[in-house]
Structure formats: structure tokens, C-alpha cells
Design a protein around this ligand. Structure first.
Ligand code: ACO
Length: 328
């Protein structure tokens, strides 16, 4: 695979203020801090305010990324928002963000690839940049998953959370690049992780509302097994295409779905703990926002620098999976 000469000019993130702890959840469903910590690695997560929608969080993260890139909103040419919890069916969350930013000259769209959404957005945007179609792209992962969680289902409500991350991508002179990527989908497992109603298959009725069919339904065990296998497979593919081995990776940023899934990938790659970024303990699973938030954190804190080899790997509803190796 030929490298794609693009770079992150900047990143940004937004985490809502409200913190929901495992102890708070003990008061809502029959669960315990001990169960959540040992089975998932999550201790706290952020919850958006009632009036705060996905596009509001996306806007906050984007504003920071645009400012850090020394750009004005009018200069942004492409906006891609990865989300499975859009403000509305339509218009796209991208269009809402474009309007709030005043990014009048940008084309805006959403990508629905669940937790793989940020890597999908990165790859799609990069293709537009290297083809010369656009000079820059604002990619965003933003989710208000707590708006589509069934708060009576202890198997899912302890996992999902809210937040947003963003990045400005521009073509590079070859110093920074995507060395390789791998994207994949398998719709045959779609029903193992979905929101069953509200679309054209099961439009909203009193019954769909009563049966909580507008919330996330997940076959956790099935998803867990496929996640472990697919994360390994996709990351291996990307490494092979990039011509690197695990030893070359400066930092692996996996999607933060479950600490046990992250640890399984780490053990498989024989990476030491400090080479795998983990913030699931603080933020839970923010789907498309998770890698975007993590990438911003490591960039902001100087944990990564230009020239580092960064691995990204994700897995989510669809099913979808994605990985990329960046020379940052
Ligand atoms: N608190 C206490 N007990 C619980 C809870 C809870 N919050 N949730 C489930 N349990 C119970 C179950 O009822 C079950 O009890 P039983 O044995 O009496 O029936 C027991 O714990 C074990 O349940 P399992 O589902 O087998 O638990 P498991 O260890 O598999 O962990 C989990 C469940 C955390 C959901 C795990 O399967 C998982 O992480 N799956 C993957 C989820 C994921 O990664 N999704 C990614 C994509 S996200 C996206 O795309 C939006």
C-alpha cells in the first residue's frame, strides 16, 4: 500500500462536565463497582447535559482543533462527523456543526460506522486530500450514547458514555503520513449490536417505545469474541502493509470498549503496558469519539511527537472494524 501523505495539523476534544461513577450506577441498576471494574475497566464516564446534543459536543471539539490549526471556520473545506447518535435522522450532524462553526465553505456529512467511525473518517478524508479535491478536512467523532442507552439494562448502561474529539487534516510533504490502513465490515452480525427501532424497519410506535427498542441492544458475549479476533486481524494487516512490526509502534491507541479487549490485543502484540493508551477507566465507551479523544489527549500532553509511529485499531457495530498505522 502506498503511504497517504497527510498529517494531523491539530486536534481537539470535549468531555461533558458531569461525571457518572460506578457507585452512581449501583443506585440505578443491580450492579457493583467491583463487577464493572473487573469486567470492563471502567470507573467513571462523562454524561452530556440534557440540552447538550451530539453536534454541540462536536462543535466544542472542532472549535479547539480549528483554533489550534490557526484557521478560520470559513477556511474549512470538508467536515466528516463519525457518529451513531446523531442529533436527528437528518439533517446530518455534520451540517449542524458546519452551521454552528460558520464553516460556510465546507461540505459536511456523517459516517455511521459506530466505534470505527473516526478511523473511517480519517481514511475517507485523507483520500479527498491526496486527490487534491480539498485542501483540508475537519474530522470529528462525537457521541451522546447516553441518549440511546436503556437505563434498565445493566449489561449496556454501564458501558456507554458521551464525548467528542476532532482533528484538522492537511496534505503533508511526506514527513507525516498514513503508512497503511485496513477497513472492514460484516453486516451479518448487525443485529448483535444495534438500535432496533426508529428507522424504516421498525418506525416508532407506542409499542417500540414501551419495549425500549429505541435503545442499544447488544449480544455482549458474541461481540466480545469477534472484537478480540478482529482487532488482532485488522491491526496485523495494517502492520504488514505498512512494513512495520509491533516493536516499531511508539504508541497503540485502541478503541476503548473494554479493558479486557484492549489487554487481549496488547498481549497478542506483546506490547508493554506503556505502549498502549488507556483512558476507558475515565471515559467509558464513547464509540466514534473514543480514538479521537485519546489522540487529542496524547497529542496535548506531549506523549506523542512528530515522527512517532502510532497504531489505531477499532471495532464496533455494523459490524465494522478499522486500523491504521500513522507516522505522526
Ligand atoms: N453488573 C453486574 N452483573 C452484570 C452486569 C452488570 N452491569 N452486566 C451483566 N451482568 C451479569 C450477567 O447478567 C451475567 O449473569 P449470569 O451469569 O447470572 O447470567 C454475568 O454478569 C456475566 O455476563 P456476561 O455477559 O457473560 O459478562 P461478560 O464478562 O461477557 O461481560 C460485557 C459483559 C462487559 C458486556 C462484555 O461482553 C463486553 O464488553 N462485550 C463487548 C462489548 C463491546 O465491546 N461493544 C463494542 C462495540 S460498541 C459500539 O459499537 C457502539
Amino acid at each position: 500500500m502506498a503511504p497517504i501523505n497527510i498529517k494531523f495539523k491539530s486536534t481537539g476534544a470535549y468531555l461533558p462536565e458531569r461525571v457518572l461513577t460506578n457507585q452512581d450506577l449501583e443506585k440505578i441498576v443491580d450492579t457493583s463497582d467491583e463487577w464493572i471494574t473487573t469486567r470492563t475497566g471502567i470507573k467513571t464516564r462523562r454524561i452530556a447535559a440534557d440540552e447538550e446534543a451530539t453536534s454541540d459536543m462536536a462543535y466544542e471539539a472542532a472549535k479547539i482543533a480549528i483554533k489550534r490549526a490557526d484557521m478560520s471556520p470559513e477556511e474549512v473545506e470538508l467536515i466528516i462527523v463519525g457518529t451513531i447518535s446523531p442529533d436527528m435522522f437528518f439533517p446530518s450532524t455534520g451540517c449542524f456543526v458546519q452551521d454552528r462553526l460558520g464553516a460556510k465553505n465546507a461540505v459536511a456529512m456523517d459516517i455511521n460506522a459506530a466505534c470505527s467511525g473516526y478511523i473511517y473518517s480519517l481514511v475517507i478524508a485523507s483520500k479527498f486530500l491526496v486527490s487534491g479535491t480539498y485542501k483540508n478536512a475537519l474530522i470529528i467523532g462525537s457521541e451522546k450514547l447516553t441518549s440511546i442507552v436503556n437505563w434498565e439494562d445493566r449489561a449496556t448502561c454501564v458501558l456507554f458514555a458521551d464525548g467528542a474529539g476532532a482533528g484538522i487534516l492537511v496534505p503533508s510533504n511526506g514527513g507525516s503520513k498514513i503508512l497503511a490502513f485496513d477497513l472492514g465490515s460484516d453486516g451479518s452480525y448487525g443485529k448483535d449490536l444495534c438500535v432496533p427501532a426508529g428507522g424504516s424497519r421498525n418506525p416508532a410506535t407506542k409499542e417500540t417505545v414501551d419495549k425500549k427498542m429505541h435503545s442499544i441492544v447488544m449480544n455482549g458475549n458474541a461481540i466480545f469474541k469477534i472484537a478480540v479476533n478482529k482487532m488482532r486481524e485488522t491491526f496485523n494487516k495494517s502492520m504488514a502493509m505498512a512494513g512495520v512490526t509491533a516493536d516499531d509502534i511508539t504508541l497503540l491507541i485502541p478503541h476503548q470498549a473494554n479493558l479486557r479487549i484492549i489487554e487481549s490485543l496488547r498481549n497478542f502484540l506483546k506490547l508493554p503496558k506503556e505502549k498502549v493508551y488507556v483512558n476507558i477507566d475515565r471515559y467509558g465507551n464513547t464509540s466514534a469519539a473514543s480514538i479521537a479523544i485519546a489522540l487529542n489527549e496524547v497529542h496535548e500532553q506531549g506523549i506523542i511527537k512528530r515522527g512517532d509511529i502510532i497504531g489505531l485499531a477499532a471495532f464496533g457495530g455494523g459490524l465494522t472494524w478499522a486500523s491504521a498505522i500513522l507516522e505522526f
